[in-house]
Design a protein around this ligand. Structure first.
Ligand code: ZN
Length: 410
């Protein structure tokens, strides 16, 4: 038994690490077998060297071969199927690593490394020399993600069923009736964007992926994939596989931070910057409802935020992935109405109290307003959320929003 990890092969002219893994699994030699589902593991979303979703792959294998024969097979597979694509990337040299657009890595561990390395790689930037040493490895920077994927402890899991195309050109065809049915299944992540009627399952552009169906229950995902694939309106797929994933785990985030708003700035492009007692918080325009909520805040509001801190020049601060308006000063402050005439009262002058314009009624100088209704957690629309971000209405998000009862994480 052991674990194989793979990462950073998805620059390949529209290639994809999931397909590379699928191909590897389908070419495994006699005397080996896959244990459980392969794992699709998303890592630190802000890493400098990220490809689209910063996903790495891992699979547990039962290997009934002498170690030298197995290592020789790994070596050969690497050379024939990953190295043959060289020329699309420069082989790694430590000095030039950051300039290299992609730098695949493949690792083999006889036993699963401890989860600490996964935690480092999902919450921040890590170097290749910080990774636990594999039994066998090849490649460059991709070794980081490959090792982190192998080290993922699988504590909070969801599933994604991926189908790959036979032809990689032309528009994707998915059966609309089945998509509609899957869209109503609460165990699956929405299949269609209600705002645009567009399928959220299929990537756009040149990718070997036909669709990816995500969900919180493995059985529902598998059933959905099979229903979609055998439907008449769906194009013929090359292959499909169910992956166990850390998507929706929230593993990239620390528990929510509470702060008091000091000032609100609307930036060019509609982004909103909040000066808070906990530093700058940023709500970007595409985050839609979240951005709208941020723009309506005023000094004195108590808010809670979830997100990742960026140190990038011009975008420094907490990049909000969820925002909760807890309390704050009353809104729409006005003078009270006269109880008799139902007309708004007026000030009689400094320290003179209020008077009704049409009767002798007087009142002390005061304002009435609408108390803040707590917003609850507001998140960007589904297609603008990070893969790692859970729906905060789900119980697996409790660790993030009630900090205190977080499950043991080591
Ligand atoms: Zn009156």
């Amino acid at each position: 038994m052991g674990w194989l990890g793979l990462d950073d092969t998805d620059h390949l002219g529209g290639g994809c690490t999931t397909w590379t893994m699928q191909h590897l699994i389908s070419s495994l030699p006699t005397g080996t077998g896959v244990v459980g589902d392969p794992c699709l593991v998303r890592l630190y979303p802000m890493t400098e060297a990220r490809t689209r979703g910063n996903a790495a792959l891992a699979v547990e294998l039962n290997v009934d071969l002498p170690a030298p024969a197995w290592h020789a097979w790994l070596e050969q597979h690497w050379r024939e199927h990953l190295a043959e694509l060289r020329g699309l990337w420069t082989p790694s040299t430590h000095a030039s690593r950051t300039q290299v657009p992609s730098d695949p890595g493949m690792v083999w561990f006889d036993s699963k490394p401890p989860p600490e390395f996964y935690r480092m790689a999902v919450t921040g930037e890590v170097r290749v020399d910080e990774a636990p040493l594999a039994t066998w490895s090849a490649g460059g920077r991709g070794i980081i993600g490959a090792t982190a994927a192998v080290a993922w402890p699988q504590e909070v899991s969801t599933w994604e069923g991926i189908a790959w195309r036979q032809r990689h050109d032309g528009p994707r065809r998915l059966d609309d009736a089945v998509l509609g049915r899957l869209d109503d299944d609460r165990r699956l992540v929405a299949c269609r964007d209600p705002r645009k009627g567009r399928s959220l399952l299929a990537p756009r552009g040149a990718s070997p992926i036909l669709f990816g169906l995500r969900g919180t229950e493995r059985f529902a995902v598998q059933q959905g994939v099979q229903d979609l694939l055998k439907a008449e309106g769906t194009e013929q797929a090359a292959a499909w596989c169910i992956f166990q994933t850390n998507q929706g785990s929230g593993d990239h985030l620390l528990p929510a931070v509470e702060a008091v708003v000091e000032d609100v700035h609307i930036l060019r492009g509609g982004h909103v910057a909040l000066d808070t007692t906990e530093g700058t918080w940023l709500a970007f325009a595409p985050s839609d409802d979240l951005r709208r909520l941020a723009a309506e805040l005023v000094a004195g509001d108590v808010v809670q935020g979830l997100g990742l801190v960026s140190h990038e020049e011009g975008r420094k601060g907490l990049h909000l992935e969820a925002l909760n308006h807890v309390s704050g000063p009353d809104r729409n402050k006005m003078r009270p109405l006269c109880p008799t005439c139902n007309i708004r009262m007026k000030s009689s002058g400094r320290n003179q109290g209020l008077r009704c314009p049409s009767c002798p009624h007087q009142d002390i100088d005061r304002w009435v307003g609408t108390p803040v209704a707590p917003s609850g957690w507001v998140q960007p629309p589904l297609d603008r959320r990070r893969h790692l971000m859970p729906d905060l209405r789900e119980s697996r998000a409790n660790r993030l929003i009630n900090g205190a009862d977080s499950p043991a994480s080591s």
